[in-house]
Design a protein around this ligand. Structure first.
Ligand SMILES: *Cc1c(COP(=O)(O)O)cnc(C)c1O
Length: 376
């Protein structure tokens, strides 16, 4: 069976984890967490990066950093996304306002955002699906004009750029995921990127149970105390050690993923030209990270048949995201603005093919041949 995903692993990980255990440095904010934060700051150019226990928690932390978001306030986001994008704001009593996606990138349709803005709107949460950027110039312009915060769900977007800027660094806050299905992993984990220096101290306090312990550790104060509300969003340094080994070879992992992505694209181009399937679109100005390779079948029936056919041939392909506005919690907590022209229809056609660091090009060839047979 060709798996859909295999968690990324870099050889040095075992040495680094052993070092944590031997030195008895396994709690949060140890040497490897610092190394990861610095690496991410250097790579993305953001003012500050804080490793977290997940992207879900990074988003929650961002929501807690925006005290202006409270019960009844509205947050605009795409309907086609993972639940965490909405959860973070629902926990604050806010209403997710779902907007339709664009069929080319599956990202929020930037042309529909402004009409969804009301007096209660406080933020926009663009999700960079498949590591391909949303139209950030348009989104930042709307946010500026209406005084809205922007929190980028860049769970899939590490190493990707929009007009030369790293995803996650354009909005007020950016959130990365290091879940095992993402390009770089620490099992469970994530990171919050903070664009403005002024928000760093508040973020450190909320991440450390509402205390100023980070300042204490740096020797800036004599004792630490309870300053604000907060939670515990810092991962064990062992998880950071596992991640850091991959960050050291980040370019190699990224190149390998792009090689796989490009091979899929070239091999499947004839099927797309024949009108049998549709392939992903990467707009001008966007550099992606090979996070995901998907195709679109004609409709849900064809996709179901295709998944079964691939499975019979030893290939595990998957789909995801029940559009949030149709899920029980989405119906309860949110609302859809405008017309669902593409979200449901396109989500039912989308199929994700195996994609991971270590997938062999021979396997990609076999998957593409199998797809060719299905359509013949
Ligand atoms: C994976 C993912 C998340 C959640 O990441 P975790 O680290 O598992 O919390 C959120 N949003 C999107 C778009 C994702 O793909």
């Amino acid at each position: 069976m060709i798996n859909f995903n295999v968690p990324p692993y870099a050889e040095k990980a075992m040495d680094y984890i052993r070092e944590c255990v031997e030195n008895q440095k396994i709690c949060g904010d140890g040497p490897y967490t610092k190394k990861c934060n610095e690496w991410l700051e250097e790579k993305t150019g953001t003012a500050k990066c804080l490793l977290t226990t997940s992207c879900t928690h990074a988003t929650e932390l961002a929501a807690l950093l925006l005290p202006e978001i409270g019960p009844g306030d509205e947050v605009i986001m795409p309907a086609y996304t993972f639940v965490s994008t909405a959860d973070a704001f629902v926990l604050r009593g806010a209403v997710p306002v779902f907007v339709d996606i664009r069929p080319d990138t599956m990202n929020i349709d930037d042309r529909l955002i402004e009409e969804a803005v009301t007096e209660r709107t406080k933020a926009i949460v663009p999700v960079h699906y498949a590591g391909v950027a949303c139209e950030m110039d348009t989104i930042m312009d709307i946010a500026d004009r209406h005084h809205l915060a922007v929190i980028e769900d860049a769970a899939q977007g590490i190493m990707s750029t929009y007009k030369g800027k790293a995803l996650g660094t354009i909005g007020d806050f950016g959130c990365f995921s290091f879940h095992e299905t993402k390009n770089y992993s620490m099992g469970e984990g994530g990171a919050l990127l903070i664009r403005d220096e002024r928000n760093v101290e508040a973020a450190e306090i909320i991440r450390e149970k509402g205390t100023n312990r980070s300042k204490f550790y740096r020797g800036q104060i004599d004792k630490y105390t309870w300053i604000n509300y907060g939670s515990s969003y810092l991962p064990s340094d062992m998880n950071a050690a596992y991640l850091y080994a991959q960050l050291e070879i980040a370019e190699e992992i990224n190149d390998a993923r792009l090689t796989i992505w490009n091979r899929y694209y070239e091999n499947l181009a004839p099927l797309a030209e024949a009108g049998k399937i549709e392939l992903p679109v990467v707009p001008e100005g966007c550099v992606h990270n090979g996070h995901m390779f998907y195709l679109k079948a004609r409709d849900i029936e064809e996709r179901t048949a295709l998944i079964a056919y691939l499975k019979d041939n030893g290939i595990h392909a998957v789909f995801h995201y029940v559009p949030l506005h149709t899920a029980p919690a989405g119906l309860k907590f949110g609302r859809f603005h405008g017309e669902d022209r593409y979200t449901t229809r396109e989500s039912e056609r989308l199929l994700r093919l195996p994609m991971y660091y270590g997938l062999e090009l021979g396997q990609v060839e076999y998957i593409c041949e199998t797809l060719g047979k299905f359509y013949r």
